[in-house]
Ligand binder design. Structure first.
Ligand code: F6P
Length: 319
């Protein structure tokens, strides 16, 4: 049986370990693995080749995706999905594994509705914003990169009397910012999911500056669009110079963490097993400390929410 894998949307650490596991597990099961290059665009343009065991070597420690990725607009048009389906048919590819984020899964939902092409999705995005899954590949590696950056900023912050604002990625999701703030001892955190009480933050930190506070660190999720405003606000309210650091795409790079390699292994193993049992149109998810499946319709229709316990912690840094 021929089976293919592609990576789609924003790349994330864990995609390469997932590709490696896909190739090796396919061979182990007697399947013929295929690689689709350039994400959903490559599916349309027939950039598909048979994998060899060499394709799996030397990639487990690499960030990004050796298959390359794309955010395909064309795939949202039926004529291109039809082309993609015909390419798969020509190569007698019967099953598909797609590693990506919610945009990719929405495109796949349409593909599934059109042609009932058997596929499983694997969450792969640093944003950790997949509805129905508590984990997406790349999140742990991104958190480690952010932690290391905040630790470095703290060195200079503690040498001056200054405010430091650090903006993290995450699109509309505050997960990266919130977990980073909690695990780095930040004084302020702004995320799109909760409204901050600036009056209360001011009162809390004014008192601390009047006592022995020398500097402060604030973590801001990009989805709030408040990083620059907060930097100016800190200068105005506390009378300390402030600096803004936008971490940007460095958060998407780096060698995949042990956890991301392990999760890639588990997600792909579970996904291929599920496909062979006849499952289809499903996303492999992580919930209640277990790998599981959810329908693509469920995952793409709902909006991801931060866990209530995390949100409770957030309140302390937003008031
Ligand atoms: O979805 C992953 C992500 O890195 C987001 O955190 C960010 O908003 C976006 O992608 C950036 O997209 P691009 O790489 O296309 O600029």
């Amino acid at each position: 049986m021929n089976i293919a894998i592609l990576t789609s949307g924003g790349d994330s650490a864990g995609m390469n370990p997932a590709i490696k596991r896909f190739i090796e597990y396919s061979f182990e099961l007697g399947l013929t693995p295929y690689l689709v290059y350039n994400g959903l665009e490559g599916l349309i343009d027939n950039e598909i080749k048979k994998a060899t065991s060499k394709d799996a070597s030397g990639i487990i420690n690499r960030g990004g995706t050796v298959l390359k990725s794309s955010r395909s607009k064309r795939f949202f048009e039926k004529k291109y999905r039809k082309k993609a389906y015909e390419n798969l048919k020509k190569l007698k590819i019967e099953k598909l594994v797609v590693v990506g984020g919610d945009g990719s899964f929405r495109a796949l939902n349409a593909f599934y509705n059109d042609f009932k092409m058997p596929f499983v999705g694997i969450p792969g995005t640093i944003d950790n914003d997949i509805h129905g899954s508590e984990y997406s590949l790349g999140t742990d590696t991104a958190l480690n990169i952010i932690r290391s950056a905040i630790d470095d900023v703290r060195d200079t912050a503690s040498s001056f009397r200054r405010g430091f604002v650090i903006e993290t990625m995450g699109r509309d999701c505050g997960y990266l910012a919130l977990v980073s703030a909690l695990t780095s001892g930040a004084e302020i955190c702004l995320i799109p999911e909760l409204k901050a009480d600036m009056k209360s933050i001011k009162k809390r930190l004014k008192k601390e500056f009047a006592e022995d506070r020398e500097y402060l660190i604030a973590i801001v999720a990009e989805g709030t669009h408040e990083a620059l405003n907060l930097t100016k606000w800190i200068e105005k309210e506390f009378g300390v110079e402030s600096r803004l650091t936008t971490l940007g795409h460095i958060q998407r790079g780096g060698t995949p963490s042990t956890f991301d390699r392990l999760m890639a292994y588990e997600f792909v193993t579970y996904g291929i097993d599920a496909l062979l049992k006849g499952e289809s149109g499903k996303i492999v998810v992580y919930r209640n400390a277990k790998v599981d499946l959810r329908s693509v319709a469920y995952v793409t229709k709902g909006k991801h929410k931060l866990q209530p316990e995390l949100l409770k912690q957030a309140k302390k840094l937003m008031s």
